[in-house]
Design a protein around this ligand. Structure first.
Ligand code: PEP
Ligand code: MG
Length: 319
């Protein structure tokens, strides 16, 4: 198995019937890019910018953010980079921002909601993003979108910054990690270039289970058919407008998860560096037709356990 991974690491994730899936890594720092590329990443599908805020005790200014983003772009040498704007709130607290304490932070002012209330955080970040995009193929992605209005408001801020900087267009995508966004995917897709599904949050919001709850964490199972149906719906909405769909949540790095996501029509998987080799090798061992048949069956069962049982054939070989 390890020898197979070493051999296929730098080959594309092409199924036995010739369908290629893009494989990217979740990487936050330029000095980790080289390792990701060596492990087989074809780009970075998720750079979580909150790490720029967490690794220091003050807010990084536009210049500091620009330097960090530019270093990422340069380390990738022309390969794609998806940068997610600040996703603070919920499980991601930044003490030095001194945000109000909320009773239900996961249902509160986080991600895009915070960005739209804090121009002092959003605008310097957008300026840094447009400046860094001059150096390579950088794409911007907004987290926690739950309504079409939020997307319009963010695009408006982007247009304003772009005009101020006289910068070229950059591709814009959104995370699909709230059920309302998955259900409105066909409406949202009209206004973006791509989607990336955040299965960690999508699972917690679909099943109403806090992703960090000590007692319920086991229930937050991304293989649940309810989650898979939201993925299916997201892909269908994106297709209506010819947009690509990635997945950057944890499910993309799990063998059965990746198999099902590809079977549901996802175009790109972005995962932790350690998962790249096994997932690539797995996809190269199966046909798209086989994964599609598996995914269709998984949409029509009652539980995550039943989805797992369906995947047993795959698992026997791939565990
Ligand atoms: C997700 O929710 O699946 C995701 C990728 O974002 P994060 O884990 O950073 O919330
Ligand atoms: Mg998330």
């Amino acid at each position: 198995r390890q020898a197979e991974e070493a051999r296929t690491r730098l080959l594309p994730a092409t199924t036995t019937d010739g369908h290629t899936v893009e494989i990217a890594a979740n990487v936050n720092r330029a000095d980790q890019v080289e390792r990701a590329l060596q492990a087989g990443a074809e780009g970075v599908g998720l750079m979580r910018t909150e790490f720029l805020f967490l690794e220091r005790d003050t807010v990084p200014d536009e210049e500091a953010q620009y330097q960090a983003l530019r270093a990422m772009v340069e380390a990738l040498g022309g390969r794609p980079l998806v940068v997610r704007t600040l996703d603070i709130g919920g499980d991601k607290q930044v003490p030095h921002l001194q945000l109000p304490v909320e009773d239900n932070p996961f249902l509160g002012v986080r991600g895009a909601r915070l960005a739209l209330r804090r121009d002092d955080l959003l605008m310097p970040q957008l300026r840094a993003l447009y400046r860094a995009a001059r150096h390579g193929p950088l794409q911007v992605m907004f987290p926690m979108i739950s309504t079409v209005e939020e997307l319009h408001a963010l695009r408006q801020r982007m247009a304003q910054v772009r005009e101020e900087l006289d910068a070229p267009e950059v591709a814009v995508g959104i995370m699909i990690e709230v059920p309302s966004a998955a259900l409105l995917a066909d409406r949202l897709a009209a206004h973006v270039d791509f989607f990336s599904i955040g299965t960690n949050d999508l699972t917690q919001y679909a099943l109403a289970v806090d992703r960090q709850h000590p007692e319920l964490a086991g229930m937050a199972d991304s293989l649940h058919p309810a989650v898979l149906r939201l993925v299916e719906r997201t892909v269908a909405g994106a297709r209506r407008h010819g947009r690509w769909v990635g997945v950057c949540g944890g499910l993309a790095g799990e063998p059965l998860g990746a198999a099902l996501l590809v079977g549901l029509g996802v175009d790109e998987l972005s995962m932790s560096v350690g998962d790249l080799g096994p997932i690539k090798a797995l996809l190269r061992r199966h046909s798209l037709a086989e994964l599609q048949a598996l995914a269709q069956r998984a949409l029509d069962v009652d539980s995550a356990d039943e989805v797992r049982a369906l995947g047993a054939a795959l698992r026997g070989e791939d565990a």
